[in-house]
Structures are given as C-alpha cells and as structure tokens.
Design a protein around this ligand. Structure first.
Ligand code: AMP
Ligand code: ZN
Length: 677
C-alpha cells in the first residue's frame, strides 16, 4: 500500500480506539498496543509532512503555546439557567410555560455537570473552534487546549450537519483531580481546592501540552444551529452520540413534574457514585418547536430550569483542633470531628485552612459545627451552632509555637499561613524534606522508605539529605528491625541515586513551588546548579513559565542567610553547603555531557516553524536541534515566528502565510549553517 493510504488507515484505526476508550469507556486494545500504533503513525507523519492532518490522533499531545486568548463573539448567545429549589418552584414554572405553548409538554431531565461551559463549532465534521462561555456574548478561544482533550472528537462520524455548534461542560473527574493534587502536595504546593475551578483554569493554560497531561473530559448535551436534523432534545442527545461525542448517559424523559421530582430525588442520592461533580438537575422542554415558542428572557431560556441540589450538610461536635507541619514549615489547622456520615462517607476531619478562617467563623473546641461537602473534596466547616455553645466556651487561641519543635511561629505579609521558621531543627520538617528527597519521582532511593527516614532522623544519624550519602551499613544496623541485608540494600540504594539526572535532583531538593515540571524547565534552561544559583530574579523570570512566585522562592532557597548570633534557632548547614556536599558525593548537579554536547544559546529564544520533508536530518532531529540551541518550535506561523525552515513539499498555505507576514523562509542547509561552529 502507498504511504498516504497507510497513514490514513493508522489514523482511522487510532480514532476508532480513541472513541472506544474515551467516549464509550470500552477499550478493545491495551494501552501498550495503542502507544505502539501511535508511535508508528507519528514517525510516518514526521517523515511525510505533506500528509499533515490537523485532526490526526498525533495532534492530541498539544505543544501550541497561547499567550493571550483571543476573544470571539458567540454566534448564538450562551445563556445562563434559572434556578429552582423546590417542588413549588417547578410547578410555577410549568404553569408559566403551559400558558405559552399548545399541546402537551414533555420534559427531559439531565444532570447539571459542574465544570467549565464550552461551545464547540464543527464545520464539515471538523472541530474548528472551542470557546468558553465568557460573558455569554463573547468567549475566549481555547481551541488549541480543547483539542488535547481525548473525548472531544476532532473529526465526526456519520451523518452530521455541515455547520453546527455543540455545547457542554469540561469536567475533571475526581480520580484525575486527586492524582493531580498528590503531585502538587509532593511538590510542596497547596492542593487545588475543587475540580471545577481546576478544570476552567486548565483551559486557560498557555501550554497546550500541559493541558494534554490533565485528565479532563468533555460532556456534551446541547446542539445549537440553524436547521438541525432533530426535533427534540432527546433526539439531539442521541444524534450527538452517533456523531462521536461523549454524551452523558443519564438523561430521562418525564411527562409530569412529579416524575421530574422522582428523577431529582433519585440523583440527589446516587450522584455521589458518579465519577465527577454534579450540582443539580436541568429540566428542559423536550420539543424544540415548543422551545422556540418559549424563547428566552434577558438571561436564560424559558424552556429550561435548573434544580439545585442542596449541598449535603450535617452537624457534629468539634472535638479538637490539631496542627500539621508540612515539609516547608507551613502550619495547617485540622478539625477533628465526632465521626459523622456525610454524602456517603464517614467524616472525621475537616480542613480549617488557616487562623483567619477560624477567627472569621469563631470556631471553638466543643462547638456543634455544620459540615458541608460541596464542590470541595475535603469537607469544610461552614458555621457554628451558637445556640448549642456552652456558657464556659473560650475563643480559640491559635497556636503560637510549632507543635513539634516549639519554635515561635511566624507569619509574613501576604501569606495566609503561619510557618515554623526552624527549618534546620524542626524534626517534622527535616523528616518531610528527606522523605520528599527519596521519593519515587525524586531520587527514587530503593531500600529506603518514609518510616526508616524518621527512624534515622530520630536516632540522630542524619540531619539532612546530604547525610544519607555517608551512612554506612554498620551505623544503621542497630536501628529497630534493621537486618544486615536491608542495611546493605539501603546503602546501595543511596549510592545508585548518584545516577539520577539533574532535573530530578533539582526537584528532590524541595524548593518551594519547584515541582517536577518546573524543575525540568529550570534544568533545561540553566543546565547546572551553579548557573541556577547565580541567576538573578530578572533572569529567572525570563524563563518560560517561571513567574515571580517561583523566582522568589528559588532566590530565597539559595540565599546565604545572615548568621544571627542571638537566635535560638539552629542555623545548621546552608543550602549551598548541603549542595557542595552532594557535589562531592557525586550527585548529578548538571545535565550530563551527552545531553550538554551540542547545546548552545545560538538561537536564543527565536521561534521556528518547521515544514516539509528534509534530506539531511529528520524532522524530529531538526526540532531537537532548534531546542538544543536555545530556540523554540511552534506549530503555526505568526508574527512572532522568526524563521520558517522549509523542506521539500512545504505546505502551500504555510508558504503564503509566511510570505504575508514577512517571515523569512530558510532551507535546511541555511539552518544547519546557522548553528554550525
Ligand atoms: P449557571 O452557570 O448556574 O447559570 O448554570 C448554567 C450552566 O449550567 C450552563 O452554562 C451550563 O454550562 C451548565 N450545565 C451543566 N449541565 C447542564 C445540562 N445538562 N444542560 C444545560 N446546562 C448545563
Ligand atoms: Zn517546628
């Protein structure tokens, strides 16, 4: 078969698997086999750019960077919904609509998904635009990001109209949300509060490759357009699913408000079994003709009504407030509650966030408190039953000392949290930092677990992570439950970690706000710890995706503290001293020679677009050469593009665009001599 045919077959096969996996939740191929096919396609596409197709499954990985999202008017306005809270509200609504339309009214009941509203436009079966709701009249163009969401079809199947919009909700299922939060916690960052805000925040990320990594889903429930081939809402859902969209399976017709209420009551309980957040039910008039007769108010359709679930609430006794110390020294107050059932789980603890929150709600030990599970995963205390408060109750005095090391806490302007400043002497912080250092995504030290770290610290054998490298089997053997073999394994595991690449070492150091991704960026940019340590704030913020907050944190980490002779806080080794020791022990503090070879700044920051077939180097290698020499690769030509590197059979539309914008088009040879010595 010819190459084009082969590429097309692979694309179709992968599209089919994508649809089965992400839309139908029914995979018929292993992840591994899928990746093998995808890799094969990617290689063929790279070698044959003439067959480029924006809807190819390889385009899902993202890579496009959007600095400012363009505002685009909605062709059809995106309305809000009126809310109802009771049977009476719904009956009033029914009375109003029955006066306005002829004939019987049948309703559809759907769940109200709590995410970010989205409007997708399809032309000739291809996704051409994705807009956020914005103010309803105009939204932000987030197409590049939405394309990376696997359940959004890039190309439709079946008998779809030439031009239409489909609306729905981008949601972040609980599982994925929790996994993202675990990563954040391991990077010493505050976890995200709730899936909805995280989903809408994700749509506005600048780097679509980052969006691609987030487990977002797109649920669609409403067709919009002129002359749609459907006459009812239910039929619309049916068709949308035939065309390849992920349509939520929960939707039911009801012929009376009573049966609407049955649906509501059922889902008020069972929604907790769903993989994502819902906050109510949306009742719609099923017949589209009737919908048209009913029309819209200034703000919402008259033919639809939201019914909001009450956030589940219970009251219980606050038994104790305890305080946790994080590895960065941040203090988090935790409410310990008399166990109580809430939304299907037993709740014993709730977060109190910080001192301000406790003061604002006047929360005291012994109080009867109201606990709610709303959009947030961790239940929260929303108020106190003051009538139930005993007469001798005392206001909560927030701790002034670290619960662990008894050092006086500090709070700096702009930080909601209190901190234990005893970085070098506070056992919880010391243990937490070393546990982070050895963790799987950091130094991945085999033979050493979190509990052993605590034993080692408590036995006085280590004070920081550099001390790990001078541990001997003999020294650790006396520890509880430590055998000769496990002691040797531990030492061996530590030695092996000297091979771990610099980017992971940088993550392991535990600089606040420097998670895995940021560590990678910094390692790639600065190439060595020395260059990073010398970088000023101004230099740091020029690096892609490094903002003020991260830059400040990096500077603070490497700053040599002025010795305070009168302080009672142990000052210990400075971070720079610890790093010098790591260097002496042989830990990787720069990117390796192999990686470094060929890396220069020659193209510093220039944006390149690569198009066509090349003869001397492959397309993939060409892109790598650009990046290794400090340039950036972009998928589409804009005013910011410095050069287009054109090979044979460069796409004609790219050529026209480059010429229109006056972007120089250079050949493979021109490029290679640009980076040659
Ligand atoms: P609100 O933002 O509270 O005015 O509610 C309106 C929003 O609910 C719409 O913009 C949709 O994004 C969202 N929504 C969630 N699920 C549905 C659904 N099944 N039908 C219609 N709208 C929904
Ligand atoms: Zn402390």
């Amino acid at each position: 078969m010819d190459i084009e045919g082969h590429i097309n077959n692979l694309r179709n096969e992968l599209r089919e698997h994508n649809h089965k996996y992400y839309v139908l939740d029914n995979a018929t191929i292993s992840d591994y086999d899928f990746d093998v096919l995808l890799k094969e396609l990617k290689e063929l596409e790279d070698a044959n750019p003439a067959f480029y197709d924006p809807t190819s499954p390889t385009q899902r990985v993202g890579g496009e960077v959007t600095k400012n999202f363009e505002t685009v008017p909605h062709t059809f306005r995106m309305y809000s919904l009126d809310n109802s809270y009771s049977k009476e509200d719904l009956e009033d609504w029914e009375t109003r609509i029955k006066k306005m339309v002829d004939g019987d009214v049948i309703y559809t009941c759907e769940l109200k998904y709590d995410g970010a509203s989205m409007s997708l436009t399809y032309e000739k079966g291809l996704l051409v635009r994705a807009l956020t709701r914005g103010d309803g009249l105009q939204g932000d163009n987030v197409t590049a990001n939405v394309k990376t969401i696997k359940s959004v079809p890039l190309q439709l199947r079946g008998d779809y109209p030439d031009l239409f919009e489909i609306r729905g909700e981008i949601v972040l299922p609980f599982d994925g949300f929790n996994a993202m939060n675990e990563d954040r916690i391991s990077a010493g960052e505050e976890p995200y509060r709730n899936p909805r805000n995280t989903a809408s925040g994700s749509l506005k990320l600048q780097d679509s490759a980052e969006v691609a990594r987030r487990p977002l889903e797109c649920l669609l429930y409403s067709l919009v357009g002129d002359k749609l081939p459907v006459t009812t809402q239910m039929e619309g859902l049916q068709k949308a699913s035939e065309w390849g969209f992920k349509v939520p399976p929960v939707a039911k017709m009801a012929t009376s408000i009573d049966s609407v209420l049955d649906f509501i009551n059922y889902w008020d309980v069972h929604r907790h079994d769903l993989p994502y957040e819902t906050d109510g039910v949306v009742v719609k008039v099923n017949n589209l003709q009737q919908q048209e007769e009913l029309g819209y108010t200034a703000k919402a359709p008259r033919w639809a009504m939201a019914y909001k679930f009450k956030a589940e609430q219970v009251s219980t006794i606050l038994e104790e407030i305890t305080y946790q110390v994080g590895r960065t020294g941040a203090i988090t107050p935790v409410a310990n509650l008399a166990p109580v059932e809430l939304a299907g789980t037993t709740v014993k603890r709730a977060s109190l966030h910080n001192a301000d929150q406790i003061e604002k709600l006047d929360i005291r030990v012994g109080d009867t408190v109201y606990v709610e599970k709303g959009g947030e995963i961790i239940p929260k205390i929303i108020g106190v039953n003051f009538e139930a408060r005993s007469a001798d109750s005392q206001p909560t005095r927030y701790i002034v000392q670290c619960p662990d090391c008894k050092t006086e806490l500090v709070r700096t302007d702009g930080d909601a949290k209190h901190f234990c400043p005893n970085e070098k002497g506070c056992p919880t912080q010391i243990i937490g930092r070393i546990q982070h250092f050895i963790s799987r995504k950091a130094m991945d030290i085999e033979g050493l677990g979190g509990e052993t770290v605590a034993l080692l610290v408590n036995a006085g054998l280590i004070k920081n992570y550099a001390d790990l490298y001078i541990l001997t089997a003999d020294a650790i053997l006396p520890l509880e439950r430590m055998a000769q073999k496990s002691a040797e394994n531990l030492v061996e595991g530590v030695m092996k970690s000297k091979e771990i690449a610099f980017e992971r070492v940088l993550f392991a150091l535990g600089i606040r706000f420097v998670g895995e991704t940021v560590a990678k960026k910094l390692a790639k940019h600065f190439k060595s710890i020395d260059a990073l340590m010398e970088a000023t704030f101004e230099v740091l913020i020029t690096v892609d995706e490094i903002g003020d907050r991260i830059a400040e944190s990096v500077i603070a980490f490497f700053k040599t503290p002025t010795q305070d002779l009168f302080s009672e806080i142990p000052q210990g080794e400075t971070h720079r001293e610890v790093i010098e020791r790591l260097r002496n022990y042989g830990v990787q503090l720069a990117i390796s020679k192999e990686e470094l070879a060929g890396q220069t700044d020659k193209l510093s920051g220039a944006i390149f677009v690569v198009s066509g077939v090349f003869t001397k180097v492959s397309r993939t290698d060409l892109k790598k050469l650009i990046e290794d020499n400090g340039g950036k690769v972009s998928g589409s030509i804009s005013k910011k593009t410095r050069y287009v590197v054109a090979g044979d059979s460069m796409g004609p539309s790219k050529r026209t665009k480059a010429e229109d914008l006056g972007v120089p088009i250079i050949s493979e040879d021109d490029f290679l001599s640009m980076i040659a010595n």
